[in-house]
Design a protein around this ligand. Structure first.
Ligand code: NDP
Length: 288
């Protein structure tokens, strides 16, 4: 079997075409959707992510503002900017690009964002709302992964889903969304005994680990749907410098029924769902 590709670029484009119409509609009502992105430091990957987000906003008719600070900026400067943006009616979403430098309390920074503008869905009360099945904003990466299932007509009810990774931004919300959709969910992590045995039971396998090509084809149940969240840079060999996922794509695609590539899978969908959340926030502001 050669798996069918779940193409995040194509699905993202399909969804984003509708976003532009929605943004223009809202602008006609006097509310142009707006996103502010805060970046601290010079991390190359973060700079690329922020640039991609700002460009995606422009294409979707969403106003964006980018605030970049030096690595050694005093946290108070960032808190002050967040307070200003919380009160700014032109801004409907505030995103702080993670990771933050070590002298920041990242949780405190995220909690400083107004809940109504927390388009990443990372604030504790938004996490709680998601857990109760009444999300205010769904975290963008797992939200994007769920869109693949919806678009490909993959029914999750009663399926065995295994999520490898338990981070607050990917693994945990992913597990919650799969559970709400009717899957039976197992969450694996670095202390899991016999990861392979868990993976081999999965009808739906989500890898969010941060370890290049860790999930190989022999760990995948034939016919499984594989969502590869990982973004890793290959360190050595002929492909050094290129991006790869947490799944060994070449061996996995021979076993899976559907698979997301890296790059071009979950990454573009994460940005797409950030736009979706910003539009939703602007819509709420327009009808308030
Ligand atoms: P974290 O480092 O926060 O979490 C990684 C998780 O993987 C942890 O729960 C960890 O377990 C688990 N893990 C580590 N080693 C193993 C192992 N040997 N076996 C099983 N589990 C293991 O990463 P993130 O969740 O933030 O990100 C995961 C990946 O996804 C990264 O590559 C990141 O770059 C990528 N990413 C991609 C996005 C996209 O848009 N495509 C968006 C966000 C992230 P433990 O908790 O026990 O330490």
């Amino acid at each position: 079997m050669t798996a069918q590709l779940l193409d995040g670029v194509a699905l993202g484009q399909k969804l984003r075409a509708g976003f532009k119409l929605k943004a223009d509609e809202l602008a006609a009502q006097g509310v142009r959707p707006g996103l502010a992105v805060i970046l601290v430091g010079e991390d190359a990957a973060s700079q690329i992510y922020v640039r991609n987000k700002v460009n995606a906003c422009a294409q979707a008719g969403i106003h964006s503002e980018r605030y970049a600070y030096a690595l050694d900026v005093a946290p108070q400067v960032v808190f002050d900017k967040i307070a200003e943006l919380n009160a700014d009616p032109k801004i409907h979403g505030i995103l702080v690009q993670l990771p933050l430098p070590k002298h920041f309390d990242a949780d405190a920074v995220l909690e400083a964002i107004a809940p109504t503008k927390d388009v990443d869905g990372f604030r504790a009360e938004n996490v709680g709302a998601l857990m109760q099945g009444q999300p205010c904003f769904i975290p963008c990466t797992p939200y994007g992964a769920m869109k693949f299932f919806e678009d490909a007509g993959i029914n999750l009810k009663g399926k065995e889903a295994v999520v490898v990774g338990r981070s607050n931004i990917v693994g945990k919300p992913m597990a919650m969304l799969l559970m709400h959709a009717g899957a039976t969910v197992t969450v694996c992590h670095s202390q899991t005994r016999d990861l392979k045995a868990h993976c081999l039971r999965a009808d739906i396998l989500v890898a969010a680990i941060g370890k290049a090509k860790m999930i190989s084809g022999d760990m995948i149940k034939p016919g499984a749907v594989v969502i590869d969240v990982g973004i890793n840079r290959i360190q050595e060999g002929p492909d050094a410098g290129k991006l790869c996922g947490d799944v060994d794509f070449e061996s996995a695609r021979e076993v899976a029924s559907f698979i997301t590539p890296v790059p071009g899978g979950v990454g573009p969908m994460t940005i797409t769902m950030l736009l979706a959340n910003t539009l939703e926030s602007a819509e709420r502001a327009a009808s308030a």
